[in-house]
Design a protein around this ligand. Structure first.
Ligand code: ATP
Ligand code: MG
Length: 391
């Protein structure tokens, strides 16, 4: 169905599977545009559940809850990558679902994802799938070392990964990851990391946000700068073109993020995809005329897609739970938000999570300015006030 024709008639309800911060920011964007939002999330105290018009507290595969979600909603999406594909398929029997379950399943499995890259002509790191202890002891893997062993499924924020320097260490690394199917990737010489967010409608029309330059610390996104300061225009254009062809290859509907590496020789390779808005796109809330969540609403509701425009330079800093423990204290202490908010162009986004834990994404801040130099200078001041390293 197209919501465009019905918008004036009734407050339509959009559904989300998952209760995290990405769902919360989707809820905010959808509500601004006049939609009601229902969230299916078992956790009674989730960031998205707290913001939604309706919170269905049940497991993602709970049949009565899925039936109720489909009854209430004209369309349903997901805010996390590891949503059970069966839940998306069940919902698709009764309402519109985006992204499609098949595309989500590709993004959920690193080996399938890399097959998709190859089929679309997009290069990625040399790799092999390790499905058994015998695979992990295979001497033919030597050319992939030094490498990174990653669980094929369920990894995020660098979790489920081990660096492996020598062939002899591989069986133990595989066992330490639980003996589950893994992908071994060669460790590439990264010059920098990029990501591209595309939004694709049911009719195949595709728009994109500007290329984002990302800095990770300990496998977790720390800083995003847009415009990307160190990326040649041709590299950025290639990243966008590849992200668009991957979306087309997946018959994708919704918001898709593709992460890329720029290697020391300047070449571009794909890292992985996320079938949803992405942490590196949060800056778009404050710096673009349409955010990644606005685009998610539009693709889900079948509304027109118009190329988003970045109106301000932006730097985003992630705020992890570590900030609550500045001196390794036993008891958490709330950071000095007032010191941050005294900086020009800074907006603070907190996700409403009660318990700060190390490595947990508690919020982010975005600094916007008329030019990239000013945005960076203010963001560096913010980092210093938080005790974070520079970039
Ligand atoms: P997330 O879902 O949070 O993006 P993840 O847990 O899925 O992360 P990856 O994106 O695979 O993990 O890896 C996390 C980071 O580790 C990358 O952003 C990059 O900094 C580094 N990394 C991953 N693979 C490689 C590689 N083959 N060579 C060099 N560095 C890598
Ligand atoms: Mg990643």
């Amino acid at each position: 169905m197209s919501a465009a024709t019905d918008l004036a008639l009734a407050p339509l309800t959009l559904g989300v599977l998952g209760g995290g911060q990405l769902g919360r920011m989707f809820v905010h964007a959808a509500q601004v545009q006049g939609f009601r939002v229902a969230v299916l999330e078992p956790d009674p105290a989730s960031p998205a559940g707290a913001a939604a018009d309706q919170h269905l507290r049940a497991p993602y595969t709970d049949e009565p809850a899925l039936a109720e979600l489909a009854r209430q909603c004209c369309a349903v999406t997901t805010e996390f990558e590891n949503v059970p594909a069966a839940a998306l398929r069940r919902l698709a029997a009764d309402c519109s679902v985006a992204p499609p379950a098949d595309a989500v399943e590709v993004c959920q499995h690193r080996a399938r994802e890399k097959q998709c890259f190859a089929a679309a002509g997009v290069p990625c790191a040399p790799h092999a799938l390790l499905a058994s202890a015998a695979d992990a002891a295979d001497a033919a893997l030597a050319p992939l070392l030094p490498g990174i062993l990653k669980t094929a499924a369920l990894g995020y924020d660098g979790k489920g990964q081990r660096t492996v320097a020598h062939l002899a260490d591989l069986p133990a690394a595989w066992a330490a990851l639980g003996g589950v199917p893994c992908v071994l990737e060669r460790r590439l010489p990264l010059a920098r990391e990029l990501s591209v967010i595309v939004a694709r409608g049911r009719d195949g029309q595709t728009v994109h946000l500007p290329v984002q330059q990302n800095l990770h610390r300990d496998g977790i996104l720390a800083v995003t700068q847009v415009p990307a300061p160190d990326v040649p225009a041709a590299t950025a254009a290639r990243a966008v073109a590849w992200a668009e062809s991957l979306a087309a290859a997946l018959a994708y509907v919704g918001v898709l993020c593709v992460e890329f590496f720029v290697l020391e020789d300047g070449s571009l390779v794909a890292n992985e995809m996320a079938p949803r808005p992405h942490n590196s796109g949060h800056y778009s809330i404050d710096a673009c005329d349409q955010s990644q969540f606005d685009l998610q609403v539009r693709t889900l509701a079948g509304l027109p897609l118009v190329a988003p425009r970045q109106h301000s330079a932006a730097v985003m800093l992630n705020l992890l739970g570590d900030l609550w423990y500045p001196a390794g204290d036993a008891a958490p202490r709330t950071p000095d938000w007032a010191a941050l908010l005294a900086l020009p162009g800074l907006r603070l986004h907190l996700y409403g999570k009660a318990e700060p834990r190390r490595g947990r994404k508690m919020g982010h801040l975005t600094v916007t300015a008329a030019d990239a130099g000013t945005a960076r200078a203010v963001a560096l001041q913010a980092a210093a006030r938080l005790g974070l390293p520079g970039f």
